[in-house]
Write a protein that binds this ligand. Sequence first.
Ligand code: DP6
Length: 359
Amino acid sequence: MNFEKKNFFYRKKQSTIVDHTNGVVTSKSHSNIALIKYWGKQNNKIQIPLNSSISYSLGKVYTVTRLIYKEKKQRNFSIRILFSGKEKTSFLPKILEFFHRISLYCSYLRDLNFIIETYNTFPHSSGIASSASSMSALALCIMKIEKKLVSSLNLKEDFFFKKASFLSRLGSGSACRSIYPGLVVWGFHKSIKGSNNLYAIPYPYEVHSIFTKIENTILIIDDKPKKILSSKGHQLMKNHPYARDRLKCANKNMNRLISILKIGDFQEFGELIEHEALSLHAMIMTSRPYFLWMKPNTLNVIHSVWDFRKHSNKNIYFTLDAGANVHLLYPIQEKTFILKWIYSDLFSYCKKIIESFCL
Ligand code: DP6
């Protein structure tokens, strides 16, 4: 039996089964922004990353999911999805694939039918990781059902979150990091104790106080669904001419970040995250087929941030996700001054501004 199955599959012990086959569970999960980006998956494996990544979970941008379940007789999945109160059949294929994947570890899912009621506090498919918060919120709901079914699970909070992260990963890679607040690592890195490819862990080392209160302002440059989804982008790393160098660079950047987080050098931190963001976009621009996520206003924002930083000496840096939107990161101490500048100088480039923060 492989490691995953041995550790995470659901053991149905008749003696511990309690009657909870109808019910409702609710979970909330936050989006996250990666500092070192997960980009590319290992060949012939399910959701195993090429490199380790680290993210901050984000306040104010989250998904709330209510999962209503009921016992049924047939063994096929029966799922309805309501997104912000409206039936959303377009989400079904992804959710069904997720349920199929995880049913190996959660066999009870086949005995239940589901209504998933969910909403986000931000636009979905717009570069804010909606799959991360939605898949992790759903995985947390499923773990709550598992916890009700097997009373012995009550004792192990650690297992609950590990398996929730493990299941989330099977829905969307970056989702496994959304299970925890703060800095979260996913993917094996030799310098990070406990890091592994199957589930995420809270960052285990010392973090300077400057990195414990960071603002995250999200500039929505484009609020339409992305043309190239990140899952497609990951595939383009196969046979990518620069894949090996990207992998080396991501590993090196992780080592650098570990020491930056400890000593508290915000400038080094900022340069590192900007480099990571541009490396991610460089990968998509040089893949076959090539693609560009940035929009003219993404570049306008980036240049404005660089100019502002030069003239004001303020600690403000950007990072990007798989899309046109920009995340600005800066210490809370500089919030008033920087927010004023954002609204006066950057607002015209944006469809919307979301004031978030790193949890
Ligand atoms: C650029 O987690 O959305 O946001 O595993 O295929 O669902 P799938 O991809 P996804 O990829 C996110 C990539 C990224 C970087 C990151 O969050 O680390």
